[in-house]
Design a protein around this ligand. Structure first.
Ligand SMILES: NC(=O)c1ccc[n+]([C@@H]2O[C@H](COP(=O)([O-])OP(=O)(O)OC[C@H]3O[C@@H](n4cnc5c(N)ncnc54)[C@H](O)[C@@H]3O)[C@@H](O)[C@H]2O)c1
Length: 329
C-alpha cells in the first residue's frame, strides 16, 4: 500500500467489526485514514466487539437492510464493502434472509452511494464460492459461474449489481473473489466461518479436531495479505484494466486438508491431534471439493503478492489467540 494515499482519506467499511473488515480497519487507521465502520453485529457471523479494540475507528451499529445510510455515506472517498451473510448452510436454510442481505441491501447501498458519494471508489468483497465445484485448477476469472448453494447465488448477484455501477455510471469498482482466509480475529467459537476456526479452538483447548474428507486442496490466504489486496485494489480502482474488473485472490500454494492438519499441529509446537471422518451427508451436496485460485491477473495489475507463508501464518494465528481465547469463545 501507499501510505500517502490513505492519509486523512474518508473511508467507509461495511462489515467492519467482522473478521476481514476489522483487520482492514486497523490497517486503514494506522495509515492515517478517517474510518467509519458499519456493522449489524450479528451473532452468527464473524462480528466481535473485541475485533476493533485499539483501532481508533468509529463503529456504527446498524443493519444495511434498513438503517439510515445517507449521513454516513456522505463525503466517503473509498467504500470497502464487506458486510455479508456468509454461511453456506445458513443461506440454504433461509435463502430469503440471505438474498436480502447479500443482494437487496446491496442495491439499497448502491442507491445511497449514487446520491451521497457519487465519486467514491468501491472495493467489493466477493467469493470464490460461486464458481462451484471447479471444472479445472487453478481457477481463473474466466471459469464459469456455477453456484453450489443459495449463498453463492446471492453473493454473485450482489457483485454484479456493483459492477454495473462501473459499466453504466463509470464509478471505479473492483470486486475481489477471495479464497479461504484465516488469521487473527477469525471466528473460532465454531466452524461457522471456516473449518480452520474450530481447529484453532480445539488445538488451544487441547482437544482433537476433526478433518472432514482430507484430500481437498485449499490455498489459504493470511489476513494481512488479504488486507493488502483490498488496499491495493482501492489505490488502483480507477486504472484502466482494473476499474470494473473481478479478480481472484488466492494465498499460499495449495495443500490438502490432511497436510494442513499436520501443519497446524506443527505450528502449535507439535501439540495436538485430529481424527478424520467422512464429509457430513447434509453438507456433501454443497461441497466444492478442491479449489485454488489463479490470481495472476491481480498480481499483474497491482503488484500484489501474498507474503506470509502458511507455516508462519498458522503460527501467528495460534499465538494471537493464546492470550485472547476467552474473548472469542
Ligand atoms: N473470510 C473468508 O474466508 C472469505 C472468503 C470469501 C469471501 N469472503 C467475503 O468477505 C467479506 C467479509 O467476510 P468475513 O469473513 O470477514 O465475514 P464476517 O462474518 O466476519 O464479517 C461480515 C460482517 O458483516 C456484518 N453484517 C452482515 N450483514 C450485515 C448487514 N445487513 N448490515 C450490517 N452489517 C452486516 C456481520 O455482522 C459481520 O461482522 C464477506 O463479504 C464475505 O462474503 C470472505
Amino acid at each position: 500500500m501507499t501510505p500517502s494515499f490513505w492519509k486523512n482519506r474518508r473511508v467507509l467499511v461495511t462489515g467492519g467489526a467482522g473478521f476481514l473488515g476489522s483487520n482492514l480497519c486497523h490497517a486503514l487507521a494506522a495509515a492515517g485514514a478517517r474510518v467509519t465502520a458499519i456493522d449489524a453485529m450479528f451473532e452468527d457471523g464473524g462480528a466481535n466487539p473485541r475485533n476493533l479494540d485499539g483501532a481508533g475507528v468509529l463503529l456504527v451499529r446498524g443493519d444495511l437492510r434498513d438503517m439510515e445510510l445517507h449521513s454516513l455515506a456522505r463525503g466517503t472517498e473509498v467504500l470497502f464493502n464487506l458486510a455479508a451473510q456468509t454461511s453456506h448452510m445458513g443461506g440454504q436454510k433461509d435463502p430469503v434472509a440471505d438474498i436480502n442481505i447479500n443482494a437487496v441491501a446491496q442495491v439499497r447501498l448502491i442507491q445511497v452511494m449514487r446520491e451521497a458519494a457519487p465519486e467514491a471508489r468501491v472495493v467489493h468483497a466477493s467469493t470464490r464460492q460461486f464458481y462451484g465445484r471447479p471444472l479445472y485448477l487453478p481457477v481463473d476469472e474466466m471459469h464459469p459461474v456455477n453456484p453450489p448453494d443459495a449463498n453463492g447465488v446471492s453473493k454473485w448477484a450482489g457483485e454484479q449489481y456493483w459492477l454495473l455501477e462501473s459499466r453504466v455510471l463509470k464509478r471505479p469498482v473492483v470486486s475481489l473473489r477471495l479464497t479461504n482466509c484465516y488469521g487473527p480475529r477469525l471466528r473460532i467459537r465454531d466452524a461457522r466461518q471456516t473449518f480452520l476456526g474450530i481447529w484453532v479452538r480445539r488445538l488451544l483447548e487441547g482437544d482433537p479436531f476433526e478433518v472432514w474428507g482430507g484430500s481437498q486442496l485449499r490455498d489459504l490466504a493470511y489476513v494481512d495479505d488479504v488486507t493488502e489486496a483490498f488496499l491495493l485494489a482501492a489505490e488502483h480502482a480507477a486504472d484502466a484494466g482494473v476499474n470494473g474488473q473481478v479478480f481472484n485472490i488466492g494465498g499460499s500454494p495449495p495443500v490438502s486438508l490432511l497436510e494442513l492438519a499436520h501443519m497446524v499441529i506443527a505450528a502449535n509446537g507439535g501439540r495436538g491431534s485430529f481424527v478424520t471422518r467422512e464429509f457430513p451427508a447434509e453438507r456433501a451436496p454443497i461441497d466444492i471439493g478442491s479449489y485454488h485460485a489463479d490470481d495472476r491477473a491481480f498480481r499483474r495489475a497491482t503488484g500484489w503478492a501474498p507474503r506470509v507463508p502458511l507455516e508462519e501464518g498458522l503460527r501467528r494465528t495460534l499465538d494471537w489467540y493464546r492470550d485472547r481465547l476467552a474473548d472469542y469463545l
